[in-house]
Structure formats: structure tokens, C-alpha cells
Write a protein that binds this ligand. Structure first.
Ligand code: UGA
Length: 427
């Protein structure tokens, strides 16, 4: 078992730290945010991720996981360093590498013996090589470190489970020296390992997220075509999914993709391509369909309600997907903005978060949120929405319209309660 230092106590850093500690390694997780570290040391987890709190508690109890804000001290005393800091998007689509630069400065100051530096953060191709050059320029001997690109493929909501059952482990490196050690860190996970160059590993991450987003935009565009022919997109999805070359995943039509990963990774890949004179036709199309998918639903709604001025609308689900408290780049919020612009009166309910925004009333009960509503809109498919008392909902509402932006509810059941069901690609 090894002594490991993880830099970054965000969603990836915390999940990775907890998983590594559970595998038996001794882990220190570092963050420069002292308040966050104090919170974690008191057993409070700053984010919601299913199973994470329990796992952190167990591993802390076994004394295999601790938290610290002393970055240089911990780098100095560990030979395996994971980097899991944030790499958000800048306005022009470029990746904001300030946190990576700051870690590089700490590494340059603290590396005085051999370290394996393992990059978990999603960084553009060339970044890991740049870190290596920086360290050498700042006086660190090339004999004292190897850099490994080891991207994560965790999904929010199932990150803990995903971290124990990865479908692949990618080890990108320019030297053979760190490979055996990195493989042994993950030995117990029994996952296929591929060893690649640094740049290939960096690109595998962007390529995977972009491809998944492309599947979503494809099926969303297809749902618009289904509408023209009164074809049910669910039947089309089913028929496609049975072809093993296509498969059933990520072809669920809906309001579009959101979250902290797909939008920023597509922008970054687009930026990288354009900077190198490659026209990113596919990536542009994927982004374009995703942006206009919200308009598709708004137009659908206005086609039934004629106008939205003064209409009372209930929106269920604000997080970017179910089972998370994350609202970053949520399509639901994009939809709420569009509806507000058209003069609608908005009442929202989300099982996990309170949503505060001008012109929006937040409710803590789904039944309160639909009172006198002209329409109920399902923007995120939280499982609890499927089991509400529809009779009660119907009594509370003024109208009988339900717009299901995630093709999630049972159409026949709703119709039996007298609702008019509206979706895209649903006849
Ligand atoms: C995504 C990837 O799935 C992970 O493999 C990756 O590690 C992660 O990004 C990351 O880069 O860190 P995540 O953002 O947690 O994970 O969420 P997903 O489950 O992939 O969903 C993304 C969005 O696509 C959600 O808004 C979801 O509602 C939407 N989606 C997903 C669809 O609209 N249709 C689908 O069929 C599937």
C-alpha cells in the first residue's frame, strides 16, 4: 500500500481520495481553501454525492484519510501526487489553467526527490508536457519526477460507484518508469488498463465526453424530425439501441446536456481545433443543437398555450441531472430564463436544492408548486417525480398540460388522469 497526496478537495479530488483510502492506501487530501479543510476535518462534506459522506467517514475512522491545506509540506513528504483541481472554461472557450499553474508553482518549490505526478484534472493536450518543462526550467531535476495523465470518467450522482468500477484506466506517459507503480495503485479494481502517450491520454478524455454529447445532440435533432411524422422517439431509440454498434446509452432525447463537464470540454476541444486551423464542424453542430433544444421546447409550449405572458408555470427539476445538487450549466435554468423572458410566472420545485432567482418562486413541496398552474414542466428526471399523487396534482392545477422535457413520465397513466401530455418526438 502507498502514501498518496491528492491536491484538490472538489468532487473529483474527494471521490478519488476516498476511493484510494478505501483500497488501503494512506491518503492526504489537500485544498488551499482552509474553511473547506476545517469542514472536512469535522466530518462535513461540502458537496452532495451519493455514498461519499459514508465512505469519507469510514476511511477517516480507519485513519487512512486526512485533510490538510499545507500543500508544499505534503508534496515534500509524498512520492505519489495526484492533481485534481478545477479547470473551468473562460469566456472564449479556453480552459482556465490558473489552478494548474498554481499547483505547478508549489511542485517547483517542493519537489526535491522522485515523485510520480498523476494528472486527474481535465487539461488540454500539451498541458502535462508544459508542466514538466516548467518544473525543469524552475530547477527541478528531470530525474526527480514523471508526469502521468490519468483522466477520470466519473459521472456525478454515481461517482463513488464509478470510481470502484472504472471501465478503463488510462495511463498516459512519456516514460516507462512510472507505469508499474501507477498500475499497482489501481490493482484491486480489476479494470482494463491502457498505456498511451501523454497527449493521447489527454485527448481520450475530451474525445469521450464530446462523443457522448454528440450522441445526445443527434437524438435530440432526431426527436424534432420525429415530431414532423408523429413518430415516437422512444420507439426509435429502442430500435437503434438493439444494434450493438450503437447501444442503449446516451441516446435519451430531452432538454439537452448540461453540467460542469460536457459544455466546458466541448468548448475547449473546439478552441483547440480552431487554434490549430481545424474547422470543428461536428463539435459546432453538437453545441448548436444543444443550445437550440431549449427553444424547441419553448416553441412547443407556445404552440399550445399561444403566449406565455402572465401564464403560471410550474417547473420541476433544476439540477443538471437527477441525484446531484449541481446546477452548473443546467439546461433547466436555461429554460427558466427563456420562460421568464416571455413573461411567464415561474414556480419551481427541486428535491435537492432551493432555487433563488428574480421572478421565480421556490417551493419545498411539488404540490404547492403546481397550485393554479397552467402547465407543469418536467425539466430534470428526478425519480421521485414518477411517484407523485397525480390526482392531487390535477386538483391543484388550473390547467391540465404537462410538458415532459425528459420523456420520463408514463404517458398512458397521465392521460388516464386527464392530463394533456406534451413532449418533443412524442405523438
Ligand atoms: C460526464 C461523463 O458522463 C463522465 O464520464 C465524465 O467523467 C464527466 O462528464 C466528467 O468529465 O467529469 P456528468 O457530467 O456527471 O458526466 O453527467 P452525465 O451523466 O454524462 O450527463 C451529462 C448531461 O447529459 C446531463 O445533463 C444529462 O441529463 C444529459 N443526458 C445524458 C441526456 O440528455 N441524454 C442522455 O441520454 C444522457
Amino acid at each position: 500500500m502507498m502514501d498518496i497526496c491528492v491536491i484538490g478537495a472538489g468532487y473529483v479530488g474527494l471521490t478519488t481520495s476516498a476511493m484510494l483510502a478505501e483500497l488501503g492506501h494512506d491518503v492526504v487530501c489537500i485544498d488551499k481553501d482552509q474553511t473547506k479543510i476545517e469542514q472536512l476535518n469535522q466530518g462535513n462534506v461540502p458537496i452532495y454525492e451519493q455514498g461519499l459522506e459514508r465512505l469519507l467517514k469510514n476511511t477517516r475512522k480507519k485513519k487512512r484519510l486526512k485533510f490538510s491545506h499545507q500543500i508544499e509540506k505534503e508534496i515534500g513528504s509524498h512520492s505519489i501526487i495526484f492533481i485534481a483541481v478545477g479547470t473551468p472554461s473562460l469566456e472564449d472557450g479556453r480552459t482556465d489553467l490558473r489552478a494548474i499553474q498554481s499547483v505547478t508553482t508549489s511542485l517547483a518549490a517542493a519537489v526535491t526527490s522522485y515523485k510520480i505526478i498523476i494528472m486527474k484534472s481535465t487539461v488540454p493536450p500539451g498541458t502535462n508536457q508544459w508542466i514538466g518543462q516548467q518544473l525543469i526550467e524552475r530547477g527541478v531535476s528531470p530525474d526527480w519526477f514523471d508526469i502521468v495523465s490519468n483522466p477520470e470518467f466519473l459521472k456525478e450522482g454515481t461517482a463513488v460507484k464509478d470510481s470502484f468500477h472504472p471501465n478503463r484506466i488510462v495511463i498516459g506517459t512519456s516514460s516507462k518508469r512510472p507505469v508499474t507503480t501507477v498500475k499497482s495503485i489501481y490493482q484491486q479494481l480489476n479494470a482494463p488498463v491502457i498505456v498511451t502517450s501523454l497527449a493521447a491520454a489527454e485527448l481520450i478524455k475530451y474525445a469521450s465526453n464530446t462523443f457522448l454529447a454528440a450522441k445526445i445532440s443527434f437524438i435530440n435533432e432526431l426527436s424534432r424530425i420525429c415530431d414532423v411524422f408523429d413518430a415516437d422517439i422512444l420507439e426509435v431509440e429502442k430500435g437503434m439501441a438493439l444494434d450493438p454498434r450503437i447501444g442503449p446509452h446516451f441516446i435519451r432525447a430531452g432538454l439537452g446536456y448540461g453540467g460542469s463537464c460536457f459544455p466546458k470540454d466541448l468548448s475547449a476541444l473546439k478552441y483547440i481545433a480552431e487554434k490549430n486551423n481545424i474547422y470543428p464542424a461536428m463539435i459546432n453542430a453538437v453545441i448548436d443543437v444543444n443550445k437550440t433544444q431549449i427553444d424547441t421546447y419553448v416553441n412547443k409550449l407556445t404552440s399550445v398555450l399561444t403566449h406565455l405572458q402572465g401564464k403560471r408555470l410550474a417547473v420541476w427539476g433544476i439540477t443538471f441531472k437527477p441525484n446531484t445538487d449541481d446546477t452548473r450549466s443546467s439546461q433547466s435554468i436555461g429554460l427558466v430564463d427563456q420562460l421568464l423572458k416571455r413573461g411567464a410566472e415561474l414556480h419551481v420545485y427541486d428535491p435537492m436544492i432551493d432555487f433563488q432567482a428574480e421572478g421565480v418562486t421556490n417551493h419545498s413541496s411539488p404540490y404547492d408548486s403546481v397550485r393554479d398552474a397552467d402547465c407543469l414542466i418536467i425539466a430534470t428526471e428526478w425519480p421521485a417525480f414518477a411517484t407523485v399523487n397525480w390526482q392531487k396534482i390535477q386538483k391543484e392545477m388550473k390547467g391540465n398540460l404537462i410538458m415532459d422535457c425528459r420523456n420520463f413520465l408514463d404517458l398512458t397513466k397521465l392521460q388516464s388522469h386527464g392530463f394533456h401530455y406534451l413532449g418533443v418526438g412524442r405523438p
